[in-house]
Design a binder for this molecule. Structure first.
Ligand SMILES: Cc1cc2nc3c(=O)[nH]c(=O)nc-3n(C[C@H](O)[C@H](O)[C@H](O)COP(=O)(O)OP(=O)(O)OC[C@H]3O[C@@H](n4cnc5c(N)ncnc54)[C@H](O)[C@@H]3O)c2cc1C
Length: 698
């Protein structure tokens, strides 16, 4: 008899953001001005748990909804009770506030332990089920970190399930395709990426839900070891509005204008790519290499930069060259120059900061390589490019942790792309990616060398592995970074920290985060954002073989079937025309893309390839090899035409390096319209034939 502990979270409703939800001065989102709702993917996870109970044919299993949050989070528990939950538990305590993912996963795991002890009477046939991620954090880190704390296996990004031969078989998203797996042991943690069969509340269930007692636990009831701000291993140091897209986002009213613009932008080239703030930022120099110790141009926040600018300007004016020359007289003059900008205590901290030259962390900058079927994932090369830049500033080496079986041959390619030392972990048990086995292997090697930075690709594999490894080696982790910079926090006594910048709240704000209470700084970085280095076959590096102790017991999943996209698709073509779920059918996809591609080939005299969204592939419109995006292929053509594609982040990540993006979509509010250069609001059935006519008549 399986039981189901479902994690539900109350989140701000980021789909309904009004203008007054933004702070007019800072441009950032005021969270309290947004309505609170159940995290959509958690609502799906709840329905998924109910479906598991139904298909297993076992009515006795309980569904227990668990949330951690303020007292008002009880609303999502009432929601859960009114749908299918049998019991609900609210973990609420001021001491739990301000937590990062570690200090969220830890108390939730301890709450699960208490549920198992008190309610399930130590029965270990249970699943912990949650949405893949929440819209406010978007990290997807909490469930794998809980799995690590509880010592359970974790099956992430699940989209479907079957009950066969007395056990559950889960279909999940993996890099480049999908996979059917079963847990080798229970209990297990499951995260749901898509389950579009919501549950509705009946009148009588709603009345019952409102009458039912919600169990409330405080921090001391669960005895967690890492809670609140103190138990966190990361800290947000800055929140700011996202930069405006440099895409044109221009609506066209007729297909004649679109035909003209397609031809013009293809011929002229039209690079409107969003530059990440990161690449523009100046390259960090360690204090000992700066012209003067008083040069503090690399502080992490604008305020600290301004404060130090005033201080060093004044020191220059006063002719002070040594710290011990800063006497009371000088301090008075500095404070007068600062006005309200900073006061005496801050000045003392800043002066102390001037003495610092030693970086807060030491060791190499590492990348954890991702590979499959003998090929290294392109995101690994991008990370090595970034690691090279960081290591250059920090005057250290770039290491790559390469775990797998018969993978040593890949070392050459990794060295050519910028790595210095390749730490190879070869074991037959690592032949295919198993999160539990891989996390043990990678964590063991990290804790042998303690690199100061460890980067993972924010792919389904990296977003699964990184939280487990970082939790295991007791380090902070920031998800899905789009910017990584080395900066100082001299005033607080830290030099050469990795500042990790990422979008949050559905991309409505950006946050810069630093690691704390950790021996290493860890981040996953979004594919397609960092730049790889040109490959250089003459580069030299070292291969360092590692031995780790693994046994069959470390394998958590039985892989039943893997479907990976493979085929003769030329994504190097200058023009790529992609169809999404909005194409409605395979027939439409074939017919409409064929006519459009034929007339574009004639007009532009170039090779054109067909792409697709993941949803179109799942609908069977085209083979998986054509999938574009985070788990498909990342492309960078001159011209990308998206037909009936909504513009989900996982799709758009894959087209970030495109010169011109054109979209046709029937929904005037389609998110893709804010991420493209030209668009037409219209159905593909009507618009494409008109566009083909317009191209022929040009
Ligand atoms: C871990 C993970 C990895 C993923 N990886 C990828 C990936 O690599 N690539 C990817 O694409 N997705 C990926 N996804 C899925 C992604 O989140 C979206 O679900 C997917 O991109 C949606 O595809 P779509 O835009 O075709 O479908 P939908 O989001 O359903 O959008 C269909 C669009 O078609 C429009 N439409 C409907 N009818 C018409 C019509 N007649 N004419 C014109 N327009 C019409 C609608 O307005 C809508 O905007 C991933 C998801 C997860 C969780």
């Amino acid at each position: 008899m399986s039981n189901y502990i479902v994690l539900v979270k109350q989140v701000p409703d980021v789909s309904q953001i009004t203008d007054n939800a933004f702070n007019p001065e800072t441009g950032t989102l005021i969270r309290t001005r947004l309505a609170s709702v159940i995290n959509e993917l958690d609502a799906q996870a709840l329905a998924f748990a109910n479906y598991m109970k139904v298909i297993s044919g076992d009515n006795k299993g309980q569904i227990i909804a668990l949330t951690m949050g303020p007292p008002m989070a009880e609303e999502v528990l009432r929601y859960s009770l009114s749908r299918c939950a049998d019991q609900a538990i609210l973990l609420t305590d001021r001491a739990l506030g301000g937590a990062d993912t570690v200090a969220t996963a830890n108390p939730l795991a301890f709450a699960v332990r208490k549920i198992v002890r008190d309610i399930l009477k130590n029965e270990d046939d249970y699943f912990v089920i949650s949405g893949m991620q929440s819209v406010d954090g978007d990290t997807a880190q909490v469930p794998p970190q809980m799995a690590e704390e509880l010592g359970l296996s974790c099956i992430a990004y699940v989209t479907d399930i079957e009950f066969k031969n007395g056990r559950f078989e889960f279909t999940r998203i993996i890099s480049g395709g999908s996979q059917v797996v079963a847990a080798k042991k229970l209990p297990a943690v499951i995260t749901v990426a898509k389950y579009e069969f919501p549950l509705y509340a009946t009148f009588s269930k709603t009345r019952w839900a409102n009458r039912t007692q919600v169990t409330t636990w405080a921090s001391e009831d669960i005895k967690a070891t890492h809670i609140g701000v103190k138990g966190s291993r990361t800290a947000v140091i800055r929140v700011f509005p996202p930069g405006k897209s440099t895409r044109k986002c221009r609506q066209l009213n007729n297909t004649d204008s679109l035909a003209k613009l397609l031809v013009e932008s293809f011929k002229s080239g039209n690079s409107q790519m969003d530059q990440d703030s990161d690449s523009k930022a100046s390259r960090y120099i360690l204090p000992k290499k700066r012209v003067s110790l008083f040069d503090r141009n690399f502080e992490g926040t604008k305020k600290e930069q301004e404060d130090y600018a005033i201080l060093s300007e004044k020191l220059k004016e006063l002719g002070i060259k040594e710290i011990n020359q800063i006497d009371d007289q000088a301090k008075k003059k500095i404070l007068a120059a600062a006005g309200d900008q900073f006061h005496d205590r801050a000045l003392e901290d800043m002066i102390n900061g001037l003495e610092l030259i030693k970086p807060a962390f030491k060791g190499e900058v590492w990348v954890v390589a991702e590979h499959s079927e003998g090929l290294i994932h392109p995101a690994t090369f991008e990370l090595i490019g970034k690691a090279n830049e960081l290591a250059d500033s920090l005057e250290t080496k770039v290491g790559v942790c390469l775990a797998g079986y018969q993978v040593e041959t890949m070392a050459k390619e990794l060295i050519a792309s910028g790595a210095d030392n390749i730490y190879v972990i070869e074991d037959k048990l690592l032949s295919v990616f198993d999160p539990t086995a891989y996390r043990k292997a990678v964590a063991d090697v990290i804790s042998q060398y303690w690199p100061q930075v460890v980067l993972y690709a924010a792919t389904p594999q990296g977003r699964m592995l990184a939280p487990m490894v970082s939790y295991r080696v007791e380090c902070g982790l920031t998800a899905d970074c789009t910017g990584l910079d080395i900066r100082d926090s001299s005033r607080k006594g830290d030099i050469a920290l990795l500042l990790q910048t990422r979008p949050a709240l559905g991309g409505n704000v950006m946050a810069t985060i630093r690691t704390k209470n950790s021996k290493s700084q860890m981040a996953t970085a979004r594919p397609g954002v960092m730049k790889k280095m040109p490959s250089d076959a003459s580069r030299k590096g070292n291969v360092i073989k590692q031995k780790v102790e693994l046994s069959e017991d470390d394998i958590s999943l039985e892989i039943i079937k893997t479907e990976l996209g493979a085929g003769d698709v030329n994504f190097g073509a200058e023009v790529i025309v992609s169809g999404g779920k909005g194409m409605q059918s395979r027939d439409n996809y074939d017919r409409l893309l064929t006519t459009l591609c034929e007339s574009l080939t004639k007009k532009l005299n170039t090779q054109i390839e067909r792409g697709a969204s993941r949803a179109a592939v799942e609908q069977g419109f085209v083979e998986r090899a054509h999938q574009v995006g985070q788990t498909g292929t990342s492309i960078g053509p001159k011209l990308y035409i998206a037909l009936g594609i909504s513009g989900a982040i996982q799709h758009m990540i894959g087209v970030a390096n495109t010169e011109t993006i054109v979209a046709i979509n029937s929904d005037p509010n389609a998110p893709i319209f804010k991420q493209c250069d030209y668009y037409i609001v219209g159905t593909v059935e009507e618009t494409i034939p008109q566009l083909v006519d317009a191209l022929e008549q040009m």
